[in-house]
Design a protein around this ligand. Sequence first.
Ligand code: IFM
Length: 455
Amino acid sequence: MAVHRFPEGFLWGVATSAQQIEGACDEGGRGESLWDRYAKTPGNIADGSNPFTACDHYHRWREDIELMKWLGVNAYRLSIAWPRILPNGSGAPNEAGLDFYEQLVDELLAAGIKPFVTLNHWDIPQALVDAGGWPERDTVEAFVEYTDAVTRRLGDRVRAWATHNEPWCIAVQGYEEAGHAPGRKNPMEALRTAHHLLLSHGRATSVIRANAPRSEVGIVLNLAPGWPASDSPGDADAVRIHNGLFNRWYLDPLLRGTYPADAIADRVCFGQLPSPELPFVENGDMETINAPLDYLGVNYYGRSVVKAGSDGRPAGVCPVPPEELTEMGWEVFPEGLTRLLSELVQDYDIPAIYITESGAAFSDTVDDDGRIRDPLRTAFLRDHIAAASDAIKAGVPLRGYFAWTLMDNFEWQHGYKMRFGLFRVDYDSLKRTPKESAHWYRGVTAANAVEDERR
Ligand code: IFM
């Protein structure tokens, strides 16, 4: 069996986000977040749950660092809850919130685990949403103020920062498809949101560089390479459109300083823009967004197989039988990761890449002997790590891999039904138990290598 050995210094990590694990939503001076409020409306969260306790990481963080030590990871991607730092969105920072993250970071560093901190993993203070939220340009300034407060306190010890997690999800799921908080259906608000996220990324980058000069600064995108359902020219064009709207709408501004012209034309055609002028772009914005990045964070969960839809838009096609999908209804397609990473470095000048999320939701149970057998999750991780190794061999500057996620947690609109964790969380006792996949990942971190079992 082939073995993929990883370069010396490769980072093996796990990732989480504050809203999904912390709980303690009204403790330590924390303000209300967008998702706290959204979860209160019946029907918004599939299982009627909320993030108010989640995994209680706010009180159990020391125990959670022990889990990471046991896993042998040398990096941990966490996010900061914006409403813990600026409960009302502006004003004096909440010292208790900063203290919480300072302790967490210090303890991680003492354990030899490098913190990768994301500033915005979706939990914007509700006060800012009430003032208009991401569709409003003022929110850019609010994010810069927040970034300044956090990086002033932690900038001397956190060496890896990401501004935003998955701007596409915030913009499109939140403001166009109404699948995420705040549940809006307005394509122009989605475009304004995307632009303000990108602009605030650029503005925040210079603040981080000033406050944390020795750190790496990046952003995390969810990218799904388009794949044609057939060899027809129509399906090839559907792939181009998908890639333009989903991937290049974010990559091009960040890495080239322009929105993709073909995707602008497509949006005009689909009635999302009245003309090719982008009314939300002001002088200097694109240069700000195009600030040099130290790394790109890539969250990869699968490809998008598309065909030409009857209305001219790409229509999604499921290429495998439903029983082969994950609990989220997503295809498992590791080859897409190799292709995605290789194309990214062909098409753009990217100094370094981290896979900042990779994982799958499969239902699992505790067997009579207490073990949690989750072979599908192990296979998912194993094959994606092998695919990542293929990309490194092809010359991709891939520096690390973060499994999503350390432990089962609040999966947004799905509540607690989707279990992505390496550790199972019993939501009654909040006990964490390693699944078989966690034992397996522990072996990978120890060996800095993975066996290739792909067929
Ligand atoms: O849980 C989410 C995470 O918050 C963002 N990326 C995708 C994950 C799985 O849906």
